[in-house]
Design a protein around this ligand. Sequence first.
Ligand SMILES: [Zn+2]
Length: 380
Amino acid sequence: MTLPPFLASRHVAVALLSLFSASLGLVALASDTGVEPDPMLVAAEQAVAEAKAASEAEAKTATARGKKKKKKKAKNEKPESEAQMTLAAARAADEQDAMDLLRARLADRLGAAKDTPEAKDGVLRVGATPAASAAAPVHARVQAEAAASAVHTAGHAAHWDYRGSGGPDSWGRLKPEFAKCSSGTRQSPIDIRDGLKVQLDPVHFDYKPSAFRVIDNGHTVQVNLAAGNFIEVMGRRYELLQFHFHRPSEERINGRQFDMVAHLVHEDSEGRLAVVAVLLEQGGAQPVVQTVWNNLPLEKNEEMPAQSPIALADLLPVERSYFTYMGSLTTPPCSEGVLWMVMKNPVPISPEQIGIFARMYPMNARPIQSASGRMIKESN
Ligand SMILES: [Zn+2]
């Protein structure tokens, strides 16, 4: 396009530069060097802010199993422009930082490659579209954070762990994208108590025997699932992406911790996350867990495709009353806006099965976070 003469002014040049560099700092610099406040600068700041919102919203929509093809690239803000990540980069990132959501993305790719243009060429595009900014709900931020984090972790490692210098107390300081781990006020896990007993909408599980791959990602054992497993709750339909394990259970119920827990991570078409937690308590053998253990890969960070499907429904308790609250991922980047549903009834797992996991991960549970007055509801 051609620029009218007035655009040659220094102020406007700075404003345009700020738009494309995504650096609000440049605008600030212009102000700091004696330039009078300029409506164009103000407008530029506004535009950058809007572009940022669009980028975040886009990061969300780009996740939904690649069903929406995105063409525009983010050029407005650094984290999102960096978020033009390749899935190969995401895979590399996973080797360093196995955050729940990134794992979800990998499962995503596994399940949806057949109908996903982005997945076909191996590139997950995370760009900005004006349309996406129109309806950018809070949870978009969750996805944007995760996408940005995936990019950063792909390039360099800031090792997070469950103890030592990379332990939970330092997660929030390891990198900017992990800030929520220390500053968040709706974090998980929590000690679940004093729930409001109400008639909760039952979780409808639509699970079927599914192809799966097991990965030991350095933080847990995770099962990435083929597409086609869903839950429906409170009018929303979420697809199961992956499940993984913690020992001991991260969540507590009235102070009680369980031997282990399985977290089943779901995502709806708008990128909202819903995690079903199934507490595991020492008892008889658990068939689904055994199937997973039977397929443990020999090497870390290498997915092992299983030869036969897994019957997921067998992992669920028979009686499915539950607690529910809003929380976060329990691993960096600790993104919030996650709907948690914790099954009240634990499922038995044998001492031998616990022992196998304990050999790999004796302790991979984040400490309890403050409930901060959050509402907890439970089936009556
Ligand atoms: Zn988990």
